[in-house]
Design a protein around this ligand. Structure first.
Ligand code: PEP
Ligand code: MG
Length: 580
């Protein structure tokens, strides 16, 4: 049990900061007893099962409608999938038959058949099948708790400063806890693309994952969760608490509202150099209107998130309509649409991707799309057709060498050729950029820059691949830092190559929104930074305090550092000097 201050470095799941008191939730508190029943009891058990299913369906429908109202259609599909599972008549009939055959209580039979199914799925090499396990477990948990007599899910608001702590929570649980006003979650397991993460990010509720350590947190302890960095502090000192309260004020939803106050966009350094400040988006969301009124560009639209919940691949018309709406919303600025970054942890059902032993090093991003040229071309055609409705740029993820870039560009040219032949208009001058997020791309940035219109440096993956440290694995999070000298050297290399060829270069990984990194990145010569909307205000203000010539002198000494701690120390002392 943790009795003193303890800081955890885990992985980020959903951005934002939450301060509060732990409410420990043990999911396995649901006990399912095995009871032998008489023939005369069978009818009552079957009726109880049907009632439990009906209640679960009712509850899921309510959650689905609430998600639709509060978040939008992109996450409604999560609950649609759970409704399909809950309503699976073949499975229910099977449970019914087994109750009759085995003469056991409904809860026991239902649970054992669910476990049999999930066991098979858990061992499936198919990531999509494995992901389905979470949905099945979420549904069965509800059914079993109704069967156990727990007829109502509590809707009583919890104290606003409650941090819910547990191994993992289903999307429905996140929605319900949010309705009960909890301020954040600390979980054992979680990645940024799980269903739970998608819901949490859409609801803007902070979540960090810290591995098994959550089991050592005593109920009621004071907790700070930093979902942006993926860290947590248990039993924080009063100084921690005060610091994070300030940070929460600067990074919470209020920070997005305060974007309205910004007068100078893009901001300029004290010596008049413009730094393009943009946002990273994944779905249409509540911040869109403020961002578009303030003409803040979208530096990275992760288009794969629009479809992660689809059960079939979206066709050209559907995609075109989606991209057109985005382009029109941000018509005053520009939108960088990144082509599907699928594969590895981001799977879409219906994608013909065979299972891989090492998916992060396998067929993901542009590699995956180049293997499926028809699907890739459909997306490119849809983006091109939408490009007449605004200012769109195309960004290619996970480019590892020049040949991939050339192949992707050939496919874009082919799509353009077809559209011309069909007399369908598009922006003939559309720009095509490259994500620099694998070490090979940074190392060969000089040759990539000759064939790219812009660079966007993805430090999230660049860190993962440079350090060989899975970005979602809490056990190696010690190594996973964009402040690693090796990562910074690669960033610098890519920026220098871009500058040499006059190619604009943005950073769009999480570090772009970190004020600590800002002077260094500007000093290296990045032309833009794309970040979570909650970071815009702070970063814009800080840009206005920086002298672009002065910060160039930071680069040499920082790159010569031999540890993350040394890098951070140098950047912190610069920042202190700037603030004083
Ligand atoms: C990155 O890798 O830094 C990035 C911005 O892309 P994503 O986080 O979507 O992988
Ligand atoms: Mg990436």
């Amino acid at each position: 049990m943790i009795t003193r201050r303890k800081a955890f470095r885990g992985v980020p799941v959903s951005s934002g900061i939450a301060l509060g008191y732990a409410r420990i939730i043990h999911a396995d508190s649901l006990r399912v007893d095995e009871i032998t029943i008489t023939v005369s009891r069978v009818k009552a058990e079957v009726a109880a099962l049907e009632r439990a299913i009906a209640n679960t369906v009712k509850e899921l429908e309510a959650l689905r409608n609430s998600a639709g109202r509060k978040i939008g259609s992109s996450v409604v599909k999560i609950f649609d999938a759970q409704l399909l599972i809950a309503n699976d008549r073949d499975f229910i009939e099977h449970v019914r038959d087994q109750i009759l055959l085995r003469k056991r209580n409904a809860g026991f039979v239902y649970n054992s058949l669910v476990r049999k199914t999930t066991l098979q799925l858990k061992n499936s090499p198919d990531q999509y099948m494995r992901q389905m396990v979470q949905d099945i477990e979420a549904v069965s948990h509800r059914v079993l708790s109704y069967l156990g007599g727990n007829q109502t899910q509590s809707t009583v608001p919890l104290p606003r400063d409650t941090i819910v702590v547990g191994q993992s929570f289903s999307p429905g649980e996140v929605m319900r806890y949010r309705q009960r006003k909890v301020s954040g979650f600390l979980v054992g397991k979680g990645g940024t693309t799980s269903h739970t993460a998608l819901i949490a990010r859409s609801l803007m509720v902070p979540v960090a994952a810290i591995g098994d350590s959550w089991t050592d947190i005593p109920d009621g302890s004071r907790v700070i969760v930093d979902g942006t960095k993926g860290t947590a502090i248990i039993n924080p000192t009063d100084t921690d608490w005060a610091d994070y309260q300030k940070l929460r004020k600067r990074q919470g939803p209020a920070a997005i509202t305060r974007i309205k106050k910004l007068r100078k966009i893009p901001p300029r350094t004290t010596d008049g150099i413009e730094v393009r400040i943009a946002v990273n988006l994944e779905f249409p969301g509540p911040a869109d209107e403020i961002l578009s009124v303030q003409k803040i560009p979208v530096g990275l639209y992760r288009t794969e998130f629009l479809y992660l919940e689809s059960d079939s691949f979206p066709d050209e018309e559907e995609q075109c309509e989606y991209y057109r709406r985005i382009a029109e919303k941000f018509v005053g600025s520009n939108v960088v649409l990144r082509t599907f970054d699928l594969g590895s942890d981001k799977m879409l059902s219906g994608l013909p991707i065979p299972p891989e032993n090492n998916p992060a090093l396998g067929c993901r991003g542009v590699r995956c799309m180049l293997e499926m040229p028809d699907i890739f071309k459909t997306q490119i055609r849809a983006i091109l057709r939408a490009s007449i409705h605004g200012n769109i740029q195309i960004l290619l993820p996970m480019i590892s060498d020049l040949s991939e870039l050339k192949k992707a560009r050939r496919l874009i040219s082919l799509a353009m050729f077809e559209l011309r032949k069909q007399a369908l208009p598009f922006d003939e001058d559309i720009q095509v950029g490259v994500m620099i997020e694998v070490p090979s791309a940074a190392l060969t940035a000089d040759s990539l820059a000759r064939s790219a219109d812009f660079f966007s440096i993805g430090t999230n993956d660049l860190t993962q691949y440079t350090m060989s440290a899975d970005r979602a694995n809490t056990r190696v999070s010690r190594l996973y830092s964009p402040y690693q000298p090796a990562v910074l050297q690669l960033v610098n290399m890519a920026v220098r190559a871009a500058r040499k060829h006059g190619v604009p270069v943005d950073v769009c990984g999480e570090v772009a929104g970190d004020p600590l990194a800002l002077p260094l990145l500007v000093g290296m010569g990045v032309t833009g930074l794309s970040m979570n909307p909650s970071r815009i205000l702070d970063v814009c203000r800080l840009v206005q305090k920086i002298d672009s010539q002065l910060v160039r002198h930071l680069v040499g000494p920082v790159l010569a550092s031999n540890s993350v701690a040394a890098v951070k120390r140098k950047l912190q002392s610069f920042r202190n000097a700037l603030e004083n």
